[in-house]
Write a protein that binds this ligand. Structure first.
Ligand SMILES: [Zn+2]
Length: 255
């Protein structure tokens, strides 16, 4: 059993209250993923993260951005695959009866082929422990979308191409103690977030002994405890996500 990563500082998402105060005009008019114009025929709401990755009851005031119907529907099957994959790795099983998340059980009941696909991608390290060689394309599609959505929601950054993001993924048991500690730290900056961005709501000011500001810190946000936590740098466009307390995702905008 892995020890939980001690994220610090961390604040609860719901402590913010409603976080829809600021919305750049582009986000009302353009899909942040593909850039298509949004109107009443194709405009949908995309939750960040997808409800598939969360447990019920969902947090109040779910974060969401407008996006086009095509993009929204296009991510669904990859998100379902990813959610089942996480659950199999977490519980080290493909036995449907041992999976615990309601949404995952619903998915594997309706689409049993997902569980079979994952089962067929297993590499056994020992008779009792296995790793999975997942479908990289599907995993990356889900994670890149999450990163883009966070950068859009927190930093008002939209229309990021996949090749503009450096993505790294690891599980806690494959990381050194030092890497785990580094991952658990917040992003610090010498600057404050852009005025008007949501990031300005959650930023913490770092002061010297004379109460002068010497920097700012973007804390971890527990979106749903033990399920989904994230941290977004207010400058430099970097994102960290901790999923189900074992999958660590780091992404950085490189252009
Ligand atoms: Zn789109």
């Amino acid at each position: 059993m892995l020890h939980p990563l001690h994220l610090h500082p961390v604040i609860n998402y719901e402590d913010f209250g409603v976080r829809h105060e600021f919305l750049p005009w582009q986000l009302n008019d353009l899909c942040p993923y593909c850039g298509v114009s949004l109107d009443s025929t194709n405009k949908t709401v995309d939750h960040i993260p997808s409800k598939t990755l969360l447990n019920r009851p969902f947090p109040a005031n779910l974060a969401a951005i407008p996006c086009c119907l095509h993009c929204n529907q296009g991510f669904s099957s990859d998100e379902e695959y990813f959610a089942v994959l996480l659950e199999c790795v977490k519980h080290q099983t493909f036995d449907k009866r041992k999976l615990t998340r309601d949404s995952v059980l619903k998915t594997v009941t309706h689409t049993p082929a997902i569980l079979e696909t994952i089962k067929n991608s297993v590499v056994y390290d020992s008779p009792t422990h296995f790793t999975i060689a997942p479908d990289d394309r599907r995993v990356k599609a889900v994670l890149l979308k999450l990163v883009k959505a966070h950068l859009c929601f927190e930093n008002s950054h939209y229309m990021i191409n996949d090749n503009e993001l450096l993505l790294s993924i690891s599980t806690l048991d494959n990381m050194s103690v030092t890497d785990c500690s580094l991952f658990a730290e917040p992003f610090n900056s010498s600057l404050l977030p852009e005025v008007g961005s949501r990031a300005l709501n959650s930023v913490m000011i770092i002061q010297d002994e004379n109460a002068r500001m010497i920097g700012s810190c973007s804390p971890w946000i527990d979106y749903q405890k033990e399920t989904y936590s994230f941290c977004v740098a207010t400058t430099g466009d970097k994102v960290k996500i901790l999923l189900h307390e074992f999958l660590c995702v780091y992404a950085e905008l490189i252009v």
